[in-house]
Design a protein around this ligand. Structure first.
Ligand SMILES: Cc1cc2nc3c(=O)[nH]c(=O)nc-3n(C[C@H](O)[C@H](O)[C@H](O)COP(=O)(O)O)c2cc1C
Length: 163
């Protein structure tokens, strides 16, 4: 696709509003890392599967090509800074963020709206991305709180009340 068409394709995709998640993992010999994504999706109930996709150009590719576990952390509406910080190229450390180690060995962000602890179920090559499928081994969620949303290249919150 030529650059102009790529831009239009991205713009068109941006009309699909999503939540925002941080995928965390542990790097043997290094500290834990997190990367901001909005490609998270539910896949299957039996077995419980979720997916997200990773740009092959990401600095985190070597990590996610090899790890056996990851955790999906769903961000709250007040997490714009966390989202921006973990979307910076080459800077994915979790220093200063409250985390605890989950049963899959990956850090979970304490303040997330929900967590899905996963073991890698499959990796699929898909063009310039890799689809990461995770089998959920444990999950938690908070009954209250509102999600951070992403729409047409910007953050949004849930509208209050019905239209
Ligand atoms: C709201 C939002 C959603 C994003 N979703 C994805 C995604 O689904 N997959 C992906 O690979 N990158 C996604 N990114 C971009 C990565 O967070 C960012 O490109 C990456 O962290 C850049 O640094 P890296 O090259 O070190 O990975 C998203 C960024 C933002 C702000």
């Amino acid at each position: 696709m030529i650059e102009e068409d790529k831009r239009k394709f991205r713009n068109a995709l941006g009309h699909f509003a999503t939540g925002v998640a941080v995928i965390t993992a542990c790097v043997p010999g290094n500290g834990p890392i997190g990367i901001t994504v909005n490609s998270f999706s539910s896949v299957s109930l039996e077995p419980p599967l979720v997916l997200w996709s990773l740009d092959k150009k990401s600095d985190t590719l070597p990590v996610f090509s090899t790890v056996r576990h990851f955790t999906v952390n769903i961000l709250r509406e007040n997490h714009r800074e966390v989202s921006n910080r973990l979307a910076k190229q080459g800077d994915h450390n979790l220093e200063g963020l409250a985390t605890r180690v989950g049963s899959n060995g990956c850090p979970a962000l304490e303040e997330a709206l929900a967590h899905f602890e996963c073991e890698v179920y499959a990796r699929h090559e898909a063009g310039d991305h890799i689809i990461m499928l995770g089998r959920v081994t444990h999950f938690e969620y908070s009954e209250d709180g509102r999600p951070l949303l992403y729409h047409r290249g910007g953050y949004q919150g849930l509208a209050t009340g019905n239209p």
